[in-house]
Design a protein around this ligand. Structure first.
Ligand code: ATP
Length: 196
């Protein structure tokens, strides 16, 4: 696989804004959220495993009923553990497969829970998109029409800002304008090209 940069950050920090920039430079971007959906597509073994445990009602026309699955694992830590044990290794394999077919000078893996799920083991460098919590909340509420409480709930389920930043090799501050973000990313892009 090519030299790989892992991009992570909390909800609403600007991961998509950052990966859009790299994609505009023809850098292959692998998205862990998409990989997580691919592995439970109709006909995939992981989906069969889920249907075996929870019964055929977990499927709607061969597709996973995500809402139903979310309800099952919402307040059942054991089932959540079971599901994570099933899916995490398969998602990891899917990510490795996608990265191995990347043909750009380096590749990017974007994952909201990179550090929480140890996916940073799959990358050569971790780039954290960093903003103060107040901005995370403000931008997420504006984008998703969520209340402050809903936003804080998700934010609190993720690793804390200080811990995330402590694990970073590189940090990009996204508290300014998109122009300022692009300016910082241009320098990082040159740096990554030199490392790759
Ligand atoms: P999530 O993890 O929730 O998917 P994310 O980390 O991908 O979020 P983005 O979707 O990139 O975050 O950004 C969150 C919101 O903030 C979006 O509506 C985006 O357009 C906006 N945004 C991102 N960066 C900036 C910026 N520098 N200035 C103004 N708005 C921004």
């Amino acid at each position: 696989r090519p030299f790989t940069v892992g991009v992570t950050g909390g909800i609403g920090s600007g991961k998509t804004a950052v990966t859009n920039f790299f994609a505009s430079k023809d850098i292959t971007v692998v998205d862990a959220d998409i990989a997580a959906r691919v592995v439970v597509e109709p006909g995939k073994p992981a989906l069969a495993g889920i249907a075996q445990r929870y019964g055929p009602d977990i499927l709607v026309n061969d597709n996973l009923d995500r809402r139903k699955l979310r309800t099952i694992i919402f307040d059942d830590a054991d089932e959540r553990k079971w599901l994570e044990r099933l899916l995490h290794p398969i998602i990891r394999e899917q990510i490795v497969h996608e990265l191995s077919s990347a043909e750009s000078s380096y590749a990017v893996l974007v994952s909201p829970l990179m550090l929480e799920t140890n996916q940073h083991e799959l990358v050569d460098r971790v780039l954290v998109v960093d903003v103060p919590e107040s901005i995370q909340i403000e931008r997420t509420m504006a984008r998703d029409q969520m209340t402050e409480e809903q936003t804080r709930q998700i934010l609190n389920s993720q690793i804390q800002r200080e811990q995330r930043v402590a694990k970073a090799d590189d940090i990009v501050d996204n508290s300014g304008s998109l122009d300022q973000l692009h300016h910082s990313l241009e320098k990082l892009h040159q740096f990554y090209l030199s490392l790759a």
